[in-house]
Design a protein. Structure first.
Length: 311
């Protein structure tokens, strides 16, 4: 049994590959060998493929990221030639951290034997469908509004969403409220964007700014989306300042701006520290950066890093 797991959602494809491996190991007493395909030398992998196990009659070889190997043009043809032989005692599971193009011989070989498993390609709409199924599989009960909130706070990331579900399960609760979701996802994208806005206003917090930005960028969030979120939150900051000046309380602010009440204290603190002039200047800088990126005049990651460290 030989399979290729791939797709754009690498967390899902890797999880499926590991599940398949667990199922095989439950059924059979075989040796498991893991190969880091992106790093291994061709001669090393050839030796492993041609060497029989000394302890069991069968073996399972798990190869990861073979398509990223610099010598894949040598490795892949040899691997396919090896697989074409009668290898009833060797099971090869391959996981690629990317989507393999359907025109490649690599893809076509596994497709021909119906052994290609591609992860779901999720957008915001299909993510909610997947999330509902994931929650059911995990044995957690959340209504649709909470599923949507958790999806947004994890930036529609399957890995982050799944991890947050595990954290919710550890609380031992059977029924969850919106407050539980927010408290569980304190390092989510929305929260980090607010923290970033707050730290930009403090001249002594440049290391913190960099740490927050790196955390956001590590989630593979598009820089233009980060700029849009910063701009949106600056607009909310102006509105909160005006409402505070009109002596509106937290509950009234939450109601008028359609913001969860438990987020208001953090946002009020940020609004009180910012002057309207500084908000306007930062908004102008964000607009200028957005324009320069779209014109191709500056690399996005560099541009956003310079803005938050130099402002």
């Amino acid at each position: 049994m030989n399979k290729l797991f791939h797709g754009k959602e690498i967390f899902l494809s890797l999880r499926e590959a590991k599940r398949d491996i667990r199922d095989i190991l439950k059924e059979k007493d075989i040796e498991k060998i893991i190969i880091e395909g992106d790093k291994i030398a061709p001669e090393k992998i050839l030796d492993l493929l041609n060497t029989n196990s000394l302890f069991t009659s069968e073996r399972l070889i798990f190869i990861k990221r073979l398509y990223r190997n610099k010598e894949k043009t040598t490795l892949i043809p040899y691997l396919l030639k090896f697989l074409e032989k009668d290898q009833s005692t060797t099971h090869i599971i391959i996981w690629e951290d990317q989507k393999i193009r359907s025109i490649t011989k690599y893809f076509k070989y596994f497709k021909g034997s119906n052994q290609v498993i591609e992860s779901l390609n999720l957008n915001k709409r299909t993510f909610l469908t997947w999330a509902s199924q994931e929650i059911e599989n995990q044995g957690v009960t959340l209504d649709k509004p909470l599923i949507k909130i958790l999806s947004e706070r994890t930036n529609f990331s399957p890995e982050s969403f799944s991890n947050e579900i595990q954290k919710l399960k550890l609380t031992g609760k059977r029924v969850f409220k919106e407050e539980d979701i927010v408290e569980s996802t304190t390092d989510s994208l929305e929260y980090d964007i607010w923290k970033l806005i707050g730290s930009i206003n403090s001249k002594s917090d440049i290391p913190e700014r960099i740490e927050i930005l790196e955390r956001v960028l590590s989630q593979k969030v598009d820089v233009l989306f980060i700029i849009a979120m910063l701009a949106r939150n600056l607009r909310l900051t102006v509105q909160i300042k005006e409402l505070l000046e009109n002596e509106k309380n937290s509950r009234e602010i939450a109601s008028l701006l359609k913001i969860p009440p438990f987020l208001i204290p953090q946002m009020q603190g940020i609004a009180k520290e910012y002057s309207k002039e500084k908000i306007a200047l930062l908004y102008e800088k964000l607009s200028s950066l957005d324009y320069e990126i779209k014109r191709g005049r500056i690399e996005p990651n560099l541009g956003i890093t310079l803005l938050i460290t130099k402002f």
